[in-house]
Write a protein that binds this ligand. Structure first.
Ligand SMILES: CC(C)(COP(=O)(O)OP(=O)(O)OC[C@H]1O[C@@H](n2cnc3c(N)ncnc32)[C@H](O)[C@@H]1OP(=O)(O)O)[C@@H](O)C(=O)NCCC(=O)NCCS
Length: 163
């Protein structure tokens, strides 16, 4: 397996389409919206096996209103203005899960951007997503809050930059 971290503009078209395919499988949204968010992100890590993208994670540039809301709704002691990047679009193909692929992809993004504060929002019942974040140094901040569109309970996690 090969894991790489790239700026979105350095992705090949094949890689970009492979990432969108993965994200489409768990996010009810359009290819156009995902492509736009990916191309406006800071960096994307991908895992490749046999020329196929089997896992991905992205450092997004957060939308201000959404990020502000997450920190406010969680009643966090931290301020969204101090967090330039959001970890998201983290997906691994079902047959490749629990092999630590997402852990490697997130670790790669975090080490590349170790001088930046990063936040992430996770469904409160997504145990594997929460387990891997805690393992990689993210901490939960504030209290659970409701998603703006669904009834899901969400949790806010942060990873502070290297001191
Ligand atoms: C979340 C996801 C990306 C994790 O990918 P992955 O490659 O399987 O993750 P990893 O193997 O690196 O790590 C998963 C960790 O969770 C643990 N885990 C798995 N199921 C668990 C459970 N039910 N309860 C607690 N921990 C669990 C694993 O043991 C592993 O920890 P370990 O490395 O200490 O053993 C993958 O499950 C996925 O694509 N889910 C669908 C999309 C999604 O929910 N994305 C996250 C949005 S926030």
């Amino acid at each position: 397996m090969q894991t790489i971290c790239k700026s979105p503009t350095d992705l090949t078209n094949e890689e970009l389409e492979g990432i969108i395919d993965l994200i489409m499988d768990y996010r009810p949204t359009t290819r156009i919206e995902i492509r736009e968010r990916l191309l406006n992100s800071r960096a994307i890590s991908i895992a490749i096996i046999d020329n196929k993208v089997v896992g991905t994670a992205t450092l997004k540039i957060p939308n201000d209103i959404y990020a502000d809301n997450a920190f406010l709704k969680a009643v966090s002691i931290y301020e969204y203005n101090d967090f330039p990047f959001e970890l998201g679009y983290m997906v691994v193909l079902p047959n490749y899960r629990n092999l630590r692929i997402a852990s490697q992809l997130v670790a790669l993004l975090c080490s590349t951007f170790e001088n930046e504060n990063i936040f992430a929002v996770t469904k409160a019942n997504n145990n594997s997503s929460i387990a891997l974040k805690l393992k990689l140094g993210f901490i939960e901040t504030g209290k659970e809050f409701k998603d703006r569109k669904t009834i899901d309970d969400l949790k806010l996690f942060i990873k502070l930059r290297k001191q």
